[in-house]
Design a protein around this ligand. Structure first.
Ligand code: GYE
Length: 335
């Protein structure tokens, strides 16, 4: 058979097998290419291992991937890891078995990826790491990374606190920190970026750092526990994501505490609900972390597959929204 004719046939069968197999394995959102936006199918098959659906940020990120894939005519096979690394590893192995063109994954934690990435490399399948980063000695185990600078987000949170502290009268400023998933890169880097700026200043005291796993329900539990342990002592809450912040604010209000006034609140992500609370004065600062990475991922995948040069690291543009800014012109958020 003519090789040019064979390629689309092979792509079709690969995609068909992948759909059947991944549907059996619990994958969802298998989209037929070229059916949306009237786009032409590029025939590219991308296996996407998403880590879960724990926050509005994550849902926005999945939607951004799906929309961009549809616009590019790319077959995107999404597997939801449901917050478990072993599910992500299983999904990546099935993507390798079915020889997708590119694997994209958002690693839930930093460690434990070396073997499965070596398998992808041995199979000659390019890997794009998205959102979070991993900790492997051999950085050749992935081709490129697209995602925000989580260390800088921690620095941005601390910079706001330093500015805000100038108008606070307290001799000591006591901080409660609700952190993200243990062992995840945004948790580690948002912690480090923040602490690198404030730990050498005696005026700041972090009472406790407690993990809320990036979940609203756990943000509630953490705030309950913090208020029990440190009644009337918390001046500032630094929360590693908006979902946990929203849970913590509910608890404060149930205790008659005025969020944003009695306790200064610094959050990360920038989802619509948090921006609304910032405008209401219940949050003082929201450090933006953009989940809208889909378009950049699809561009990169096409470049890698067609043998063009591509950047090793791509960062989205991000900003910081604070109570000092005029937010009246801020367009509605997409997440
Ligand atoms: O901040 C949080 C999500 O990895 C940067 O994960 C992402 C984080 C984001 O659950 O809301």
């Amino acid at each position: 058979m003519d090789i040019k004719k064979w390629k689309p046939v092979r792509t079709f069968f690969t995609f068909l097998c992948l759909i059947l197999c991944l549907l059996a394995a619990g994958c969802s959102n298998v989209k037929e290419p070229g059916k949306e936006n009237g786009s032409d199918a590029s025939g590219l098959v991308i296996g996407f291992s998403q880590l879960g659906s724990e926050s509005a940020w994550r849902l926005g990120n999945t939607a951004s991937m799906e929309n961009a894939a549809a616009a590019h005519g790319i077959n995107l096979v999404v597997n939801n890891g449901m917050q478990k690394q072993e599910n992500q590893i299983t999904a990546i192995r099935s993507f390798i078995a079915y020889q997708v063109d590119v694997i994209v994954f958002a690693p839930i934690v930093e460690d434990g990826w070396t073997n499965v990435l070596q398998e992808a490399k041995d199979a000659g399948i390019p890997v794009i790491m998205m959102d979070r980063v991993i900790n492997v000695r051999d950085s050749d185990l992935y081709n490129a990374y697209i995602g925000p600078d989580h260390y800088q987000e921690g620095v941005n949170a601390a910079k706001f606190l330093i500015r805000k502290s100038e108008e606070l009268q307290n001799e000591k400023i006591r901080i409660a920190e609700i952190s993200g998933t243990e062992g995840s890169s945004p948790m580690i880097s948002r912690y480090k970026g923040f602490h690198d700026l404030i730990d050498n200043n005696d005026r700041f005291e972090v009472l406790e750092t407690i993990s809320g796993d990036f979940l609203r329900s756990k943000g509630r539990e953490c705030m309950e526990s913090l208020l029990r342990k440190y009644p009337d002592q918390i001046d500032v809450l630094y929360s590693h994501n908006d979902a946990m912040t929203l849970g913590a604010i509910e608890v404060m209000e149930e205790h008659g505490i005025k969020p944003g006034k009695d306790i200064v609140i610094i959050s990360v992500d920038g989802e619509q609900a948090a921006i609304d609370l910032l405008k209401e004065g219940k949050i003082n600062c929201v450090v933006e972390c953009s989940p809208m990475l889909g378009e950049a991922v699809m561009d990169l995948a096409e470049k890698i597959v067609s043998g063009q040069d591509y950047p090793r690291i791509t960062r989205p543009e991000e900003s910081v929204f604070t109570e000092y800014d005029d937010l009246s012109d801020l367009p509605p958020r997409e997440y």
